[in-house]
Design a protein around this ligand. Structure first.
Ligand SMILES: [Zn+2]
Ligand SMILES: [Zn+2]
Length: 302
């Protein structure tokens, strides 16, 4: 695997001579307290021969938690970059990585719940930031309220318990000492439902998926895929200045109609760019389509 990575990480620079990728042999700090290095390190090792290192004593929870004890103040993008900076400060490394996930309506299909994962990379030596995003519809994020353990049977199947952990608390009140995370034992779950229902002003326990990566294998698979995506992008050097991180930076709409030639709302081009210089390239659609169907034209089919 190492050798395959080495071959891939050698690129031709603008002059056409073979160069070793600038990140080969480097280490990058990863800000995580939930073991995300297991999902992220393999791609960085194989694609770039980089070592992913987690700074000792890092606590990314200071930037907000999924369970709401500490609310997040920034956008997911701001939080991801702040996490990466935190790791870089602790390790003293000029290279940093971090991930931030958010769960909510799918950006394209709002009725569907989606896991939007962002992974960011900072290189202070080159003054660049590179990010990749992945939206997954394969989400295990369920919640319910219940008075008894017997009432949650169908919920547990939906929440894929116990392969996916749960969080239990009393419904209607947020008490830090009655917030139980990482629940994977059915006996313990039963006890906690009884305890939290008794402490709730409405007599119900609130049960929800523990979305933290180390407790949610579905999310871990998405992270592995996203790490691969970011490592691949960093392996690509700008054709103009050879900075790592060449990739898609924008999209252009306006694919011309096949009948009248007027622009439609469909994707026309994908724009590739460099994180360091202003060099850009317009590439056609990945599927090669050059004209839109007249049925999708606002002039031919208003
Ligand atoms: Zn038309
Ligand atoms: Zn460039």
């Amino acid at each position: 695997m190492q050798q395959a990575g080495s071959a891939r990480s050698e690129k031709r620079n603008a002059a056409g001579s073979r160069t070793t990728h600038p990140y080969v042999g480097r280490s990058v700090s990863l800000a995580t307290k939930h073991g995300k290095e297991e999902q992220i390190a393999p791609a960085f090792s194989q694609r770039l021969q980089m070592r992913v290192e987690v700074p000792v004593g890092i606590d990314t929870d200071v930037l907000g938690t999924f369970t709401g004890e500490i609310s997040r103040t920034g956008s997911p993008t701001e939080t991801a970059y702040a996490k990466a900076r935190l790791g870089m400060q602790l390790s003293g490394s000029p290279l940093g990585l971090a991930n931030e996930g958010s769960f909510g309506p799918h950006p394209a299909l709002p009725l569907l719940l989606a896991d939007t994962e962002l992974m960011v990379f900072i290189d202070d030596e080159r003054g660049i930031q590179v990010q990749e995003m992945l939206v997954s519809e394969d989400v295990v994020a369920a919640q319910c309220t219940a008075r008894t353990f017997a009432a949650v049977e169908t919920f547990l199947a939906r929440a894929r318990f116990p392969s996916h952990a749960l969080i239990v608390r009393p419904e209607g009140v947020l008490q830090p000492d009655l917030l139980f995370k990482a629940v994977i034992d059915p006996q313990r779950l039963q006890e906690l439902i009884t305890l939290c229902a008794a402490a709730s002003p409405v007599g119900l326990a609130h049960i929800e998926s523990d979305l933290r990566a180390h407790m949610n294998p579905t999310r871990r698979r998405v992270l592995s895929q996203l790490a691969e995506q970011l490592a691949q992008r960093l392996a690509c050097l700008c054709p103009h200045c050879a900075t790592p991180g060449w990739g898609v930076v924008d999209h252009e709409l306006g694919l011309p109609c096949g009948w009248c030639g007027q622009p439609t709302e469909l994707l026309r081009a994908v724009i590739f760019g460099c994180p360091a210089c202003s060099y850009r390239e317009h590439h056609g659609r990945p599927d090669g389509l050059q004209h839109a169907d007249a049925g999708q034209c606002p002039f031919c089919n208003p």
